[in-house]
Design a protein around this ligand. Structure first.
Ligand code: ZN
Length: 278
């Protein structure tokens, strides 16, 4: 499932590839992924040009000239990919195809839980799904103080909060592994036991790991709009590294079930409880 770095890379490539391109036609293979009736959606987007694309949490937000924003949520195993004029989409696989004025096609695919929503420009903050998203972790006003305020009065495991899109937007079960490792925090550590130093390390780890994900072009099996795969898998520290040595201390990395997700931890660097690891 794509996370913030993967979506950032995809949105950046869409911005480069699509800016100024007009939509000349639309083919809908899965009407339920839309938020409008099919005819209304098609009528609204045809003739409009892409103006810019960016990310918001795990969504790609693509503004069209004039009145609309297209918001893509790729759910599980999703892609937005450019194809040549003569390629023929598989109706069983693709969900929405946009035809562009240079002959190219933009295919959107996801296995399930995906959305292609058309939102009036400037109304993202009242969209029922986008309005629920928590703060963006890579913006200037996401500071250690802000994270401390967000955690104040909360209880329960840190991992649960970091994966909650309404608490903070964009983190999922790939990047969170290295975030908690860099922060030297066990996934089950309860947030009310974090001191200021813990929160500062966590803040730095969030920004560092997400930036590294972007730097390496996204995670495994995540692609930009041209189909280039991300390389972050080669730079994972503890995530999906069961049985390998911890890069910091050499202890064998362990796998741990936490709720419905798997965690990968160094049992020495990420102790549960208040022991200091420095
Ligand atoms: Zn370690």
């Amino acid at each position: 499932m794509p996370e913030l770095p993967d979506i950032f890379v995809l949105a950046r490539s869409m911005d480069q590839a699509l800016c100024g391109r007009s939509i000349t036609g639309v083919k809908i293979y899965q009407p339920k992924c839309l938020n409008l009736p099919e005819e209304e959606f098609c009528r609204a987007v045809i003739g409009h040009a892409f103006h810019r694309a960016r990310h918001r949490g795990k969504w790609v937000i693509a503004d069209l000239n004039r009145d609309w924003t297209l918001a893509f949520n790729l759910g599980m195993g999703g892609e937005v990919r450019l194809h040549g004029a003569t390629e023929i989409p598989n109706p069983q696989r693709e969900r929405v195809v946009l035809y562009l004025d240079n002959g190219q096609q933009l295919w959107t695919h996801f296995w399930w839980f995906g959305h292609v929503h058309l939102i009036p420009l400037g109304e993202l903050n009242v969209h029922p799904l986008l309005a629920r998203l928590g703060p963006e972790p890579l913006v200037a006003d996401f500071t250690p103080q802000k994270l401390e305020e967000m955690l104040r009065g909360k209880r329960g495991a840190i991992k649960k909060y970091l994966l909650d899109q309404s608490f903070i937007a964009g983190i999922g079960n790939v990047y969170i592994q290295d975030i908690l490792w860099y922060a030297r925090l066990h996934p089950l550590r309860t947030v009310n036991t974090l001191d200021q130093a813990d929160i500062e390390r966590l803040h730095n780890a969030i920004q560092y790991v997400l930036s590294e994900g972007i730097r390496w072009g996204g995670g495994p099996r995540e692609y930009d709009v041209w189909g280039n795969e991300g390389h972050y898998a080669e730079h994972l520290q503890v995530g999906y590294q069961t049985g390998k040595p911890c890069p910091a201390c050499g202890t064998v990395i362990e796998e741990l079930r936490v709720g419905s997700t798997t965690s990968y931890i160094c049992p020495c660097c990420q102790k549960l409880g208040k022991e200091k690891n420095e």
